[in-house]
Design a protein around this ligand. Structure first.
Ligand SMILES: *Cc1c(COP(=O)(O)O)cnc(C)c1O
Length: 381
């Protein structure tokens, strides 16, 4: 019988590697570059740590189990994972990308992948009909749901019904909800991507990334790219991420509880003009989220009445930290226009509503009352 998600965070089912490790309850760090063979043709299953490493493998199996895939690969960063996925395509291939994406992904697509001959179309998948953008050359659709930072929500099942019969790969960056709240592979996605730096690690102490697939052929293709391009997660960072995942369930629940508290408070502030949190029933994506995920996450974007106020809040917060990144136990507040999305072309920012009045909070697991108090003093000082 398959374990529930919270159990899967802590225990890998049917795992002989745990038994081989003297019963160590915390999985060992195999800090080795290479593995000796007993004789010709006698491998232990491990040859060289770029290809396989027991600590990374333990982590990969845990992420695959949580995402309900057959294979996960541990990369040095989320961007390394997305870059490897781009190697699936050849010059002339067409990829539809969502209009609102993590700024680093936009930079990769527009400046690196495009240079290699891959053609991109930006489409607001939460609102627009995708069919009219699909051509003979269309090989993939890439999106986040909810998106970073505008929290647009796309119906993955509906999208999968369009991509699957046309053999177009549906690629979903699931960083914002983590596998604890959403499993895109079950909703029709072919590849799931994670910045493991965020909720999976959860402690802001390592950079990591993952691809997860449910299909043997894609697994082989990505494994081949992985061992060839070589952006393999180190044993120690694998271990840190593995340890972080043990508490994923409790962290997600607590962060979400705090997020509801903060979203509710923001809504009542006269100086706040808009709150983007998909857990609010008035959010346009709320009904889709209710169907396709088990939670709403802990990311909130909001707009204040003036850029001066936005900057004042960033300067005045004390408990909340003014820092890039998300998904850790610490609550962070970000200025997307100057940080995560600084390299996105200005017209695209404006079109998406990413203005100098927009702030984004990654809600952590502190006592929510302390977070509210800090926001209160930052707003009113
Ligand atoms: C942070 C992030 C990435 C990039 O991951 P890194 O680990 O920083 O390379 C990709 N997608 C989303 C949604 C992110 O938040």
């Amino acid at each position: 019988m398959e374990y529930q998600n919270a159990t899967k965070c802590i225990h890998l089912q049917n795992n002989e590697n745990v038994e081989k490790a003297f019963g160590a309850v915390s999985f060992p760090i195999y800090q080795t570059a290479t593995f000796a063979h007993r004789g010709v043709g006698e491998s232990t299953g491990y040859d060289y740590s770029r290809m396989q490493n027991p600590t990374r493998e333990q982590l990969e199996k845990t992420v695959a189990a949580l995402e309900k895939g057959i294979d996960a690969i541990g990369f040095t960063s989320g961007m390394a994972a997305i870059s490897a996925v781009m190697e699936l395509f050849a010059p002339g291939d067409h990829v539809v990308i969502d209009a609102d994406l993590y700024g680093g992904s936009v930079r990769l697509f527009q400046n690196i992948a495009a240079k290699n001959g891959i053609v991109f179309s930006r489409v607001d998948l939460s609102r627009e009909e995708i069919s009219s953008y699909i051509t003979e050359q269309t090989k993939a659709v890439f999106l986040e749901t909810p998106t970073n930072p505008m929290m647009h929500v796309t119906d993955l099942k509906k999208l999968g019904e369009i991509t699957k019969p046309r053999k177009i790969l549906l690629i979903v960056d699931n960083t914002f909800l983590s596998p604890y709240f959403q499993n895109p592979l079950e909703l029709g996605a072919d590849i799931v991507i994670h910045s493991g730096t965020k909720y999976l690690n959860g402690h802001n102490d390592a950079i990591a990334g993952f691809t997860v697939v449910k299909d043997e052929e894609l697994k082989e293709k990505l494994r081949y790219i992985f061992k060839t391009v070589g952006s393999c997660l180190s044993p120690f960072d694998s271990w840190l991420t593995l340890r972080g995942i043990k508490t994923l369930a409790v962290r997600m629940e607590k962060a979400q509880e705090n997020a509801f508290l903060i979203a509710g408070w923001l809504k009542e502030q006269g100086q706040v003009t808009k709150v983007f949190y998909p857990g609010l029933p008035e959010h346009p994506g709320y009904d889709i989220m209710k169907k396709q995920s088990r939670g709403y996450g802990a990311m909130i974007s909001f707009e204040v009445e003036s850029p001066e106020l936005a900057k004042r809040i960033l300067n005045k917060v004390r408990l909340l930290q003014f820092a890039e990144s998300l998904g850790g136990v610490e609550t962070l507040i970000t200025y997307p226009i100057m940080q995560t999305h600084a390299d996105v072309p200005k017209d695209e920012l404006a079109e998406n509503g990413i203005t100098d009045r927009l702030l984004r909070i990654s809600v952590g697991i502190e006592d929510g009352r302390d977070l509210l108090k800090d926001l209160q003093q930052a707003f009113n000082s």
